[in-house]
Design a protein around this ligand. Structure first.
Ligand code: V47
Length: 389
């Protein structure tokens, strides 16, 4: 079992010895960190200190609770015209492995899990301009027809931008129609790194940082919650990472619509950037910790176990993360890019990993209402997950 808070640790003393006293004071005092503070935390060799500081914030907000959900991913097509250099999932029509599911096939994926207590379907895919607007409404309705109570978290900001284009209507008009068809919230993908330099070099056909943020703003104004991400460990600089976090934090000050931040570690295999080594487990832990420390206004930080493998996700629960995502069932984006994790874990396995990491497992729904709790005193079933300021 991991000892999350070794006895007798004086965090401020450790921070002082690492030359990070003012950051230590801010973290202990609940003060916002500056961009310079973020850079210092990226640069310090004292990774354990960064983890302890992030853990301090994580425990202040969530105590020992750690969240998971019972979900399934459906990647409805890998057809994509964005040609991002980091992506191993995308295909053009006629390329080996290219596919697009019909609404009935999407429904079949959901039907196949009817025996499991799935509360969320996470539905994202490539961007293909020949897919008509009606298709997006149909796949939402198809999921709801099979499992009416399920929450549909679907369509990244990039897909939403495309959907509005094919609908030939402003996104503000399209969102209520998608909600009517079953959309419940929006996942965090497609943000990559907001730096225009990185965009030009790796994903120049996709939304710019400002466009991604503006789309998120519209999503939040439509009353939907979303997640947010950063794709790290390729060609971005530390300054660009801090800038990305700052821009997420500023939008969150404005809308309050982000629920969870998920750092996505670059998986190079089978991509055009396969020469880039990608981040190590230590980089992944630092990234989670930076997310917790910088994003003081986003309640949850997710260690997506598919990316980092289960043992690292367990350590991450003491490095700032309070969520590990869910059962997933079938995942293509990371497995096409060389991920060696399983595609499906059982609910009971998730519960056991969290317990083994020294945390209290709590099953949540997509909007963080408690579905099941190993400690109903601290996280009562049927109530929103407790977050302490
Ligand atoms: O948008 C694509 C990224 C994202 C690679 O909101 C890659 O709960 C690393 O956003 N290496 C999709 N990353 C995944 C995503 C996500 C995952 C889990 C939970 C949630 C949530 C969101 O994956 C893409 C892109 O940014 N990506 N290719 C790659 N080779």
């Amino acid at each position: 079992m991991i000892q999350a808070r070794p006895a007798g640790l004086d965090l401020l003393d450790l921070a002082r010895r690492a030359g990070l006293e003012s950051i230590g004071k801010k973290v202990l005092g609940g003060e916002r960190l500056s961009l310079e503070d973020g850079l210092a935390l990226y640069r310090t060799p004292e990774l354990h200190l960064v983890g302890l500081l992030a853990n301090h914030v994580r425990e202040r907000l969530h105590g020992d609770l750690a969240y998971f959900n019972v979900n399934q991913h459906v990647n409805y097509t890998n057809l994509c015209n964005k040609l991002c250099r980091f992506c191993a999932f995308q295909r053009l029509p006629g390329q080996e492995g290219a596919y697009q599911m019909t609404p009935e096939q999407v429904a079949d994926k959901v039907r196949a899990q009817l025996g499991e207590p799935v509360t969320e379907v996470h539905m994202v895919a490539g961007v293909w301009p020949k897919i008509p607007y009606s298709y997006y409404l149909e796949i939402l309705r198809a999921v709801k027809a099979v499992r009416p109570a399920i929450h549909i978290k679907a369509f990244t900001m990039v897909e939403l931008d495309q959907i509005a284009k094919v609908a030939r209507k402003p996104l503000e008009q399209v969102l209520p129609e998608l909600i009517e068809a079953g959309l419940g919230s929006v996942p965090g993908g497609g943000a990559e790194v907001f730096s225009e330099r990185v965009r030009q070099a790796t994903y120049h056909l996709k939304l710019s940082g400002e466009q991604w943020l503006d789309t998120a703003r519209k999503v939040h104004r439509a009353g939907l919650r979303s997640n947010c991400t950063m794709l790290h460990g390729h060609i971005e600089t530390l300054e660009e990472r801090v800038d990305h976090l700052d821009r997420l934090r500023r939008l969150q000050d404005e809308t309050g619509g982000f629920q969870t931040y998920i750092p996505l570690s670059f998986h190079p295999e089978n991509s055009e950037m396969s020469d880039v080594p990608g981040p190590t487990a230590l980089d992944e832990l630092r990234e989670l910790a930076l997310g917790r420390l910088m994003l003081d206004n986003i309640p949850h930080i997710k260690a997506y176990w598919i990316l980092m493998d289960i043992p690292v996700a367990q350590v991450a629960l003491s490095f700032g993360a309070d969520d590990v995502d869910g059962t997933v069932v079938e995942e293509r984006i990371y497995h096409d890019a060389g991920a060696t994790t399983p595609q499906h874990v059982r609910r009971s396995e998730l519960v056991q990993w969290i317990r083994d990491a020294g945390r209290i497992p709590v099953e949540r729904d997509t909007l963080y209402n408690v579905v099941w709790s190993a400690d109903p005193g601290r996280a009562p079933v049927g109530r929103p997950a407790p977050v302490h300021a």
